[in-house]
Design a protein around this ligand. Structure first.
Ligand code: SF4
Length: 929
């Protein structure tokens, strides 16, 4: 095989044995690549392309893409995988190449729009970027000058570059970062953080001997394409896979064992395995002795018992003795033989045991955060933490570059984001914002939604609609979005942001044991610059006036403080050109020159600058493996009570005489017992335990028509709001029936295709049923990826994805939605829009869900207790009814479960727990403490 490339493309074969074909165009020809036009067949029409790498924007995997830009027309013709990307290695799922649909979507928002009628009336006028920036910056300037900092809020759906907007918010001096995490992953994060401080796992699937998935990782989920590649590599090498899921997912179907557990019982199963490992002494004693906080546990929790490691093991055995296979099998609704088999596979895999969970049980259940915690317990016992084929903290694989000219932390605390009731919430209480505003806890003067669609995505969207149409509660709503959304309809400004090929940012994720950095870039701008063109701003190169956020935030920041007198402007002022805003080349040039290990040297080998290298390849591999980082010696200047410090900051721990890095918990060890949880009032929950879910199967009226609804699974080819503008993806996926086991369907008297009314705590919705053995009896499920709507025929949402609906409020808080028509062909500049053959836009379930904030993690517990019945006379497909007065009562019920701060030290939140846009330590103190 001849190597025709000038960079290392890992192990992917590029030439077939006959030497004639190449899987990927060799990188030294990316500026001049000939290919025959497939659409011109049978004619042989040669096209000459420039290939520019970028990063997919359609899920959090951040896979590499190569844009094929036709040199004659200057248009992007297609996207394929970028072979130089260390995580995706040239492979993508269907959503990656579908980026071409998003670029060419005939209904996309191409220019900044400003509302001209009532908010929500759907009347817009085109405005210039300059006018929009002047208006928005003026309001922000006034709010800051009047010390109304908490009235400015940035609310992110799909994140962009790590830390980028934090920089901006710090420059403004506000505590205004809000995220979607508490409707996504705060449960799992809390469970992982309790053990190790770090809030995410990173599995080394490719080298594992046994893989236990509490996720649908072969079809969806975080990093699913990079993960799926490596899981399948392991499978081909003989690795066994077990998947826990009440539903027969694609991942379950490809596994050796599928365990269809009752929702919310998964933590019990993990504790039964833990008990088995302890009782049969199939644990890695030296790892447990070295890396758990057993001394602190014995001193703090069992001061009267012998303070020995053997006694600690006795404590563990006693704690979990009642978690037998027989008990857990009955609790989970599975066979005890299967459970015993999986437990032995965990034991046999030892240090090469890998697992994954992220949303799943952690985001479905009250107390779901213990699912991740109990799963991690198995890794602690088997010593598979940080090992080859095991699992490790995400931070060891995720690379976070430094940013140019970073402002210091602010000293504020915004209680609309971090309320006193949730001191352990693993991110902002984002989905409670409408209730906080209704309760008068505050108001918003400028509210940015960034690639975020809370009306459609969050539970109880009608309550969002109520506050977003109330200008007393939300003064100015600015929607930064690449596509129309149900929430953008209620904005004052709709500002078009670029998709994967139209913006700059960097990314790094824990896709495997190894570190990499990816670079997203506006490919037409990059191609134009290679041809000698110059651009003032990225919107000069993108379609219409679609912009990128980096330049948007820099220009907005500059306009807030145009003369620099507020001390804000300096954070976006060019060092190279004083008096001007920093440029993308200066910003990323600094980052790649100064903070990416090995990149300058690698670039030099090819006679490129570091920025030139990233523009050419779109990604850089920093390291191939990262095992046992906790054992790395650390530079320190003192050791106090076993913790090593450098300049007053904890950096390591004394482990059996070695001063090494450890983890980021207070003890810098793996904490089986969390003293923090204990001291803040969560004594029972301070160790890995089993918390009964709010959808506990024994509490349900299963003899009647009550069932557990799983509303959280993804369709592999759709991705929340962002795939609405991708015709290929909707042609593949355009239905989401309610999965119902035939035994349940018989008891309800329904067949496949029959309409059913699904009653929740706050209302009901009507959809169609699908009888399938792929779901356990007692549980029903529908994907959350459909049910898009629009309120006007030709605008407000993409017509190949949305239904035209009527929304009405009868009595206050009594909301109905009815579909006027489903998806139909329409005329546009894309002839495919007249060929649409699918009709079903789906049904939004989330509108009819009350909020279920877990009192510890703050995570919305998505699973629902529902009653299923055949549709009633007059019901139509897609009908939705919601009473937001009841929604408010549900909010109050869950709020009553909390244990508000302050903590024992008078703080609002344990300082060691991560939080975005972290303020200075003094902001953690309650006023007057
Ligand atoms: S997994 Fe698919 S959607 Fe996600 S980044 Fe990769 S190609 Fe894009």
């Amino acid at each position: 095989m001849t190597d025709t490339t000038s960079t290392d493309f890992q192990d992917i074969p590029r030439l077939l044995p006959n030497g004639q074909l190449t899987n990927f165009p060799p990188s030294d020809r990316w500026d001049d690549w000939d290919e025959y036009d497939a659409k011109a067949w049978p004619e042989k029409v040669k096209r000459n392309y420039r290939l520019v790498p970028t990063t997919c924007f359609n899920c959090e995997s951040a896979c590499g893409l190569l844009a094929y830009i036709d040199k004659d027309s200057g248009e992007i013709k297609k996207f394929e995988g970028n072979p130089a990307h260390p995580a995706s290695r040239g492979r993508n799922c269907a959503k990656g190449p579908a980026t071409i649909n998003q670029v060419n979507d005939p209904e996309r928002i191409l220019y900044p729009l400003k509302r001209v009628g009532e908010r929500g009336s759907g009347q817009w006028e085109r405005v210039s970027w300059e006018d929009a920036l002047d208006d928005i910056s003026g309001r922000i300037r006034t709010a800051i000058k009047e010390d109304r900092h908490d009235e400015i809020m940035y609310h992110v759906g799909r994140p962009g570059e790590d830390g980028f907007v934090d920089r901006i918010l710090k420059a403004w001096g506000i505590d205004g970062h809000n995220s979607h995490t508490n409707i996504c992953s705060a449960g799992a994060r809390t469970g992982f953080a309790a053990w190790m401080g770090y809030d995410r796992p990173s599995a080394d699937f490719a080298n594992a001997k046994f893989i236990l998935l509490l996720s649908a990782q072969l079809e969806s989920g975080h990093y699913f394409n990079p993960h799926a590649q490596r899981i399948m590599e392991a499978k081909l090498a003989g690795t066994k896979i077990c998947t826990l899921d009440p539903r027969l997912s694609n991942a379950a179907a490809m596994s050796d064992t599928w365990l269809s557990t009752w929702p919310g019982t998964e933590p019990a199963m993990f504790l039964a395995i833990a008990s088995f490992l302890l009782e049969t002494d199939q644990i890695d004693r030296s790892f447990v002795r070295r890396w758990t906080n057993w001394q602190d546990t014995m001193a703090g929790r069992h001061p009267d018992r012998p303070q020995t490691f053997e006694e600690f093991l006795e404590v563990l055995k006693e704690e979990y003795a009642s978690y037998t296979f027989e008990w857990a099998a009955e609790e989970c609704g599975i066979s005890s033989d299967h459970l015993a088999q999986v437990a032995q596979q965990v034991a046999d895999a030892g240090s090469r045991f890998a697992s994954h969970t992220w949303r799943s049980a952690g985001s479905g259940n009250l107390g779901g955060w213990q699912a991740a915690r109990n799963l991690w317990f198995l890794h602690v016992l088997t010593g598979s933490v940080g090992t080859k084929g095991g699992i490790q903290p995400n931070a060891w694989s995720k690379f976070t570059p430094k940013h140019w000219n970073t402002p210091p932390a602010h000293n504020r605390w915004n209680e609309l984001l971090w309320p006193k009731e949730y001191p352990f919430s693993h991110h902002e209480l984002s989905f409670l914002l409408p209730y906080f505003l209704k309760e008068g806890r505050g108001k918003l003067d400028v509210y940015f939604t960034r690639v975020y669609n809370p009306i459609w995505t969050n539970p109880d969207g009608f309550s969002w609609m109520e506050v977003l149409t109330d200008e007393e509660k939300v003064g100015l709503h600015v929607a930064l979005t690449p596509t129309w959304s149900e929430t953008a309809w209620y904005a004052d400004y709709v500002l078009p942001m670029g998709v994967a090929a139209e913006r700059h940012d960097t990314h790094s994720y824990e896709t495997h044991s190894g570190q990499w950095l990816g670079f997203r870039q506006p490919v037409l701008r990059v191609a134009g610059e290679r041809e000698g063109k110059t651009y003032h701003r990225t919107y000069d190169a993108n379609p219409g006036e679609v912009w990128e956020e980096n330049e948007f935030w820099w220009d907005l920041t500059w306009k807030i403080d145009p003369d620099g007198s507020m001390g804000i402007r300096k954070w976006v002022e060019s060092s190279e050109r004083p008096g001007e805003v920093v440029s993308v080349d200066e910003y990323y040039g600094w980052m790649f020159d100064n903070s990416v290990p090995g990149l300058p040297e690698k670039a030099k080998e090819e006679d490129l600058t570091p920025l030139g290298f990233m523009r050419k390849y779109g990604a850089f591999e920093i390291s191939k493996t990262n095992y046992e980082v906790m054992e790395q010696p650390v530079v320190h200047d003192e050791v106090r009570e076993g913790i090593a410090y450098s300049r007053g900051k904890p950096v390591g721990v004394d482990v059996e005489g070695d001063i090494v890095e450890g983890f980021t918990t207070p003890s810098r060890k793996l904490e089986w017992w969390s003293q923090t949880f204990d001291e803040w009032g969560w004594k029972d929950e301070s160790i890995p335990t089993y918390i009964k879910t709010h959808v506990y199967w024994r509490d349900m009226d299963l003899a009647g028509n009550e069932r557990i609804l799983l509303p959280t699974f993804r369709l592999p080819t759709l991705i929340h709001t962002r795939s609405g503008n991708a015709k290929y993806l909707y042609e593949i996926s355009h239905g989401h029936p309610l999965w119902v086991n035939p035994s349940d369907a018989d008891s309800f008297g329904i067949g496949t295709g029959d309409m059913v009314r699904i009653k929740t705590q706050t209302g009901h919705f009507v959809m169609r049923a699908w009888r399938t053995e792929g779901i356990r009896p007692g549980v029903v499920a529908a994907s959350h990826h459909m049910g898009r709507w629009r309120l006007a025929d030709t605008t407000g949402n993409e017509r190949w994805a949305s239904a035209l609906v009527d929304i009405n409020e009868g009595e206050p808080g009594q909301w109905t939605m009815r579909q006027k028509k489903g998806i139909e062909p329409f005329e546009s500049s894309d002839p495919d829009s007249e060929r649409i053959w699918w009709r079903d836009a789906g049904v939004n379930q989330n509108l009819a869900f009350g909020v279920h904030p877990d009192p510890v993690s703050g995570m919305h517990a998505w699973h629902q207790r529902v009653r299923i019945e055949p549709a009633q006379q007059g019901d139509q497909y897609g009908d939705i009814f919601v009473d937001t007065n009841k929604s408010f009562e549900v909010y109050k019920e869950w709020l009553a479960m909390t244990k508000p701060g302050p903590g024992p030290d008078g703080t609002r939140r344990p300082h060691w727990l991560a939080r975005p846009n972290k303020p200075t330590p003094d902001a953690y103190l309650y006023p007057g403490r």
